[in-house]
Design a protein around this ligand. Structure first.
Ligand SMILES: O=C(O)CCC(=O)C(=O)O
Ligand SMILES: [Mn+2]
Length: 226
């Protein structure tokens, strides 16, 4: 797979540019917030780091324990990386493709994740894993819980870059009603506390073009794994 998975170019239009909006916060459930546009000012730096991480640990389509190919392509950085295969879902210190440790988590990733968690009411968040999801048109994430972490007291911090998506957010049971929240470039979702095990997912990505990522959406999900 190409090591330059999305193309970037700077946006020169400051008028009506969503990247220039002042961030604001929306509470979507107890313990769950959307920090709108919080990552916009740092998106270029984040995406440059994603490119170098993907050069060392390429995006790949993992297999579910049931044998299905995931439509979202994934890679990781940090001390632990999330993987899925026939043996199950788990965290591991090495990229199974190269056998080498996952690329280190860039300081700007950890700093932003920590600031976002603090802004959402979770001080002292220290992520050990960053899962990087690459969505091409049609890619989706079915409803699931993030529950492969040993320490469920820490929140999940999830940064959206590039094409917009629809975030599905439900409750603690799969059958609970799900609400739909549009996520745009620079938005950060943080959920923890009473919402830590909420079912969530991402609706199929619609075709489009974003100046920062081309025809893709990039998502960075930060977790404390243990
Ligand atoms: O892409 C997103 O916004 C959510 C990602 C997610 O839920 C996950 O990677 O577990
Ligand atoms: Mn998730």
């Amino acid at each position: 797979m190409s090591t330059d998975p999305f193309s970037a170019r700077a946006s020169g239009d400051l008028f009506g540019d969503p990247d220039q909006e002042t961030p604001w916060t929306e509470t979507i459930a107890p313990g769950a917030v959307l920090l709108r546009r919080f990552a916009c000012a740092r998106a270029g730096e984040l995406l440059a780091e994603v490119r170098s991480i993907a050069a060392a640990a390429p995006f790949r389509h993992l297999e579910t324990p049931g044998g299905k190919r995931m439509s979202v392509a994934m890679t990781n950085c940090g001390a632990q990386g999330w993987i899925s295969d026939r043996r199950g879902y788990r965290y591991g210190a090495e990229d199974p493709i190269s056998g080498k440790p996952w690329p280190a988590m860039p300081a700007c990733f950890a700093t932003l994740a920590r600031e976002a968690a603090a802004g959402a009411g979770y001080p002292d968040f220290a992520p050990q894993a960053c899962l990087i999801n690459l969505y091409r048109p049609g890619a989706r994430l079915t409803l699931h819980q993030d529950k492969d972490e040993l320490d469920l007291r820490a929140p999940i911090v999830s940064i959206s870059l590039g094409l917009p998506a629809v975030f599905l957010f439900g409750g603690g049971q799969r059958s609970d009603p799900t609400r739909r929240f549009p996520l745009q470039h620079g938005d950060i979702a943080v959920w923890g506390g009473p919402s830590r095990l909420a079912f969530h997912g991402v609706a199929p990505l619609r075709d489009g073009h974003h100046p920062a990522t081309g025809a893709t959406r990039v998502n960075l999900t930060f977790r404390k794994t243990r």
